[in-house]
Design a protein around this ligand. Structure first.
Ligand code: AMP
Length: 964
């Protein structure tokens, strides 16, 4: 053992702390909870190495000096399962007194074993303060990680620190109100009562908010002492000594937390904590008193506390923002850290707080005779830091509806009702069950069942609907694929998802998708008994755009789906008279709503072809459709195609923001008897989970509110530090409840996370605020995600896809309106045509940019990022004017100019519709206008040709001869 090297004076503050009740010496205690405890021998060795670097951990008192014993602090082991993590009781052995001045240990490390392992660092407060103990704890973990711990071996003490810092004139310490938690009675009859609360994120101005909340709960003025680490005045000091003082912060009953915050900052700015310490001579005098005299003095003062005569209040000690990574090593990963308030003779109730990772830990310590009151204080703090208004809960009144059993029930009760209509063909429930049974049989024969995922090239056809049902009947989950997506993308998705079997109709069965394929057209109907599944089994996986550059598969379980179906059937009053058309891709979960009638004896009208003005008019006016699930872009389309739907009683609009003007158009289109619902929800929370019925009288803002959570869903609005926002403030929507999906297939993602109370949430990236009406208003995205005509698009995914072209160095994609434009730097000559062809090979059609601009280099902002606003406009379109044109072409050019809002004469015969800024909706509107205005023309039948070469010349060529 080395000779004692380190020593420092015992100063007055140390004496005061040593004068505490011997049965409960004032201890600083920090709990680091985590996983997988380190090997005990390694831990003991690390404690030794850390104590060498921080010899304050090995001190004992010899007369008027603290001296280094050279002994490594003890490492004890206790059964952590006995420790209640809220009241911090159940483990009296944890709180073993640390002797301070009686030759025993002044510092130790306790290992809590069990289900929630933890390391507890303990030190007598006369020797260390919380910052000192944190320094030591960090050193232990550094040693565990094999790093050299930072040393903290200065012999600076509080007296010397005050001398160096200069104390300044004294301020009067305000006197005040009742001691809120201090019971009468001698110290030996009292024990501390700890209560712990964890709140989400890192609330701003947390100390001021806590001080304010305490005063509110105390019912009047309150003096709060804020612990200040004096090291701030000597930043070069490296010591674990007790160097924290209290800053007195009077809080008045009518203060707001902002007043308190301002007062605290002003006080800190003028270093008030230094003025409030006793003057140096007094400190010296106190330090010279024999310990029994100091103890008697303090017991006398303590007795006055009990009668409410002396000043009392709360102490708030904020240990700061800790990086959990600093507290891991030797296999141990820290998950959270909290600190137990000090307690003892003459001490007022105290609150400690620690910000760690995604949460803030608060521990309140009062007297064990006042636990109910302590809980009230803590609840008030909790409400101040996590305002209850930031949480909106669904009504949760609807039962879960499991798809296959419910469908089977409907088949039993109404076998002959029509389930599906497709171009004049009608399929009854019994027939649909037979078709689905056939698919299930094919899969079962191939050994596919529970736990498997089956790809389905999902056309909007009877076979497509039967395929989805059949997969579920087999107990497997389906992965719907849009037939319009390029092979490479579909192959990538199937590979990523680990799909072994694909169901595809002809001719898609011939596509090189790398999977064994069952040709749907060849599957005969069959009877099949639905396989048993649990709520935790997967129902479907839907791929959506991913920020990492690859699409990611959202895994939706039967329970997730049952929760959506339960609320949606009830909320939308779906019954046997309900008829939805299906004209959107089954590869998006929007279509799930459309299939609701199949669970209620209603009917689904299938629109197999791409929607255009002819088939939409037919379906929306003459097919008995009563309800719709659409995006706002569809509303715009109907309006621009001049369609006048009839008989629609319900329009569920979702997928993107519903503007007030589109909602008004919807009302115009569908009439006053139609209920228009704004349904919000990402694929990750199963179709939709927040709903609002449009009210033209009340919803007069620019966007229609998204309303309130439905079913089991609750919405938490959190700020960018993860803390719950105050009433009316903007926060990011975090969704909780049964609809929150299992996660992304094969890739853990931090968007699926947990709140401090263990609630599982999905972080949406959508910003919203709670309106005074209690409804939610969506305020756009917190990130770069876009919606292009209802399709979710991550620019990063397109950029990665473009960068896979061998000539492309880097790509940046932006949206202008609803049109995507790509900007690139290239390592070799590359044409726009090449780039467009590459994009079409790897991206879904809606994600293919309409223009590709190759740049020498990207314009940059001052801090080096690509300056999106400085990107040039797309290269000019082909010059047009002056070419001789025939009458038909002239008419087409006129319609194009009108549809695109461009001046007449700026469009050439070979101009590309999309390069001119036209969206696919504009294209359909243009086609409808040509059909309407040029008699005998039916461009809607030639959509593919127009999409392939969207120029006025193509359109004019499709106009039949007699027109020319
Ligand atoms: P998706 O997963 O494709 O359904 O896209 C989900 C995203 O679409 C959400 O995170 C929102 O950004 C947006 N979204 C969906 N419904 C609405 C709505 N009713 N109002 C505003 N945005 C919406």
């Amino acid at each position: 053992m080395s000779a004692a090297r380190y020593s420092r004076r015992v100063v007055a503050d140390d004496w005061l702390r040593l004068a505490s009740d011997p049965a409960w010496p004032i201890c600083v205690q920090i709990v680091v909870e985590g996983t997988a405890l380190p090997d005990r021998t390694a831990l003991a060795a690390a404690v030794g190495v850390a104590a060498e670097a921080c010899p304050g951990a090995r001190l004992t008192r010899h007369g008027h000096r603290w001296v280094d014993t050279g002994r490594t602090p003890e490492v004890r082991e206790l059964d952590g399962d006995a420790f209640d993590r809220e009241t911090l009781t159940g483990l009296p052995a944890l709180y073993r007194p640390l002797a301070g001045d009686r030759g025993g240990p002044t510092c130790e490390v306790v290992v809590l074993t069990g289900a929630r392992p933890a390391l507890v660092f303990r030190a007598h407060h006369a020797v260390m303060d919380a910052q000192g103990l944190l320094t030591f704890a960090r050193a232990v973990f550094q040693a565990l990680r094999g790093e050299t711990p930072e040393t903290a071996a200065d012999d600076l003490d509080a007296v010397e620190l005050l001398r160096r810092a200069g104390t300044g004139p004294r301020k009067t310490i305000p006197q005040n109100s009742q001691p809120p938690l201090r019971a009468a009675g001698p110290p030996e009859q009292r024990r501390p009562a700890f209560l712990r609360r964890t709140v989400d994120g890192r609330p701003s101005a947390v100390t001021a908010k806590i001080a304010h909340a305490l005063a509110r709960c105390a019912g009047g003025d309150l003096d709060v002492s804020v612990t200040v680490d004096l090291r701030r005045h000597v930043p070069e000091a490296r010591t674990t000594a007790s160097l924290s003082y209290a800053l007195s912060l009077p809080v008045r009953a009518d203060d707001t937390w902002r007043d308190v915050q301002q007062r605290m900052l002003e006080s800190l700015a003028v270093r008030d904590e230094l003025r409030e310490t006793p003057p140096l001579p007094v400190i010296r005098m106190l330090g010279a008193l024999p310990a029994p005299v100091t103890r008697a003095l303090y017991r006398g003062i303590d007795a006055r506390f009990g009668q409410g005569k002396a000043y009392a209040g709360f102490q708030v000690s904020h240990l700061g923002r800790l990086d959990l990574a600093d507290f891991g090593g030797g296999g141990f990963t820290a998950e959270t850290i909290y600190s137990l308030p000090t307690w003892g003779v003459c001490m007022i109730p105290m609150v400690t707080l620690v910000e760690t990772g995604a949460r803030t830990e608060i521990v309140l310590c009062g007297d064990d005779t006042h636990t109910a009151l302590a809980r009230r204080f803590l609840d008030t703090i909790g409400d101040a830091l996590a305002p209850p208004e930031a949480v909106l809960r669904g009504r949760d009144t609807s039962p879960e509806v499991y798809l296959v059993p419910r469908f089977a029930e409907v088949v039993t009760t109404s076998p002959d009702r029509v389930a599906l209509s497709e171009s004049g063909r009608e399929v009854t429930y019994a027939e649909l069950l037979g078709l689905a049974g056939g698919v299930a049989r094919q899969l079962t024969d191939r050994g596919i069942g529970r736990g498997d995922l089956v790809g389905v090239v999902a056309e909007r056809s009877v076979a497509g609907a039967a395929a989805l049902l059949g997969v579920l009947m087999a107990g497997a989950a389906y992965l719907p694929l849009d037939p319009g997506d390029p092979d490479e993308r579909l192959r990538g998705i199937l590979d990523d998802a680990g799909v072994r079997v694909l169901l595809a109709p002809r001719p898609h069965d011939q596509r090189p998708l790398g999977c064994a394929t069952v040709v749907l057209d060849d599957v005969p109907p069959a009877a099949a008994t639905p396989a048993a599944v649990t709520g935790e089994d997967l129902a479907y996986v839907i791929y959506t755009s991913g920020t990492s550059g690859e699409p990611k598969g959202v895994e939706v379980t039967h329970r997730n789906l049952a929760a959506y179906l339960g609320f949606a059937l009830q909320e939308y009053e779906v019954d046997s008279a309900t008829c939805f058309p299906l004209f959107t891709s089954l590869a998006f979960d929007l279509a799930v709503t459309t299939l609701l009638p199949l669970l209620a004896g209603g009917r689904v009208v299938l629109v197999p072809e791409a929607p255009n003005h002819v088939n939409l008019e037919r379906v929306l006016t003459g097919s008995g459709v009563t309800a719709l699930k659409i995006t706002p872009s569809h509303l715009d389309l109907f309006h621009r195609l001049g369609i006048s739907p009839s008989g629609i009683r319900l329009a569920v609009v979702g997928g993107e923001a519903l503007t007030g003007s589109l909602a008004a158009i919807a009302r115009e289109l569908f009439g006053p008897d139609c209920r228009i619902v704004n349904e919000y929800g990402p694929t990750e929370a199963t179709v939709g989970c927040v709903v609002h019925t449009y009210d033209p009288a009340a919803d007069t803002g620019a966007t229609v509110p998204i309303g309130r959570p439905a079913g089991t869903t609750s919405v938490h609005l959190l700020d960018d530090q993860g803390a719950h926002v105050a009433a009316g403030e903007t926060g990011e929507i975090h969704l909780a409840g049964e609809q929150v999906a299992r996660g992304y297939r094969g890739r853990p993602d931090r968007s699926f996370t947990q709140l401090a109370d263990g609630t599982r949430v999905y972080r949406t990236g959508d910003l919203a605020r709670r309106l005074p009406s209690g409804e939610l208003e969506c305020l756009g995205r917190a990130d770069a995600q876009l919606k292009i005509l209802g399709h979710r698009v991550e620019p990063a995914e397109i950029e990665h896809a473009l960068a896979r072209h061998p000539a492309v160095e880097r790509a940046v994609v932006i949206a202008r309106g609803q049109v995507l434009h790509a900007y690139l730097t290239a390592s070799a000559e590359v044409s726009e045509k090449d780039l467009a062809a590459h994009a079409a090979e790897v991206l879904p059609p809606y994600a293919v940019p309409v223009s590709f601009v190759v740049l020498e280099e990207f314009p940059r902002t001052a801090n080096g990022k690509v300056d999106l606003r400085a990107l040039p406009g797309p290269s000019p379109v082909a010059a047009a004017v002056g070419d001789p044109v025939d009458e038909v072409l002239a008419a087409v050019l006129g319609i194009w100019a009108r549809t695109l809002g461009l001046p007449a004469g700026t469009i050439a015969a070979d101009s590309d519709f999309h390069r001119l800024g036209g969206t696919s909706i504009d294209l359909l509107a243009m086609i409808a206008a040509v059909d309407r205005e040029l008699p005998g023309v039916a461009l809607a039948d030639h959509l593919a040709a127009i999409v392939a070469a969207p120029t006025p010349a193509t359109v004019a060529d499709l106009v039949p001869d007699p027109q020319r």
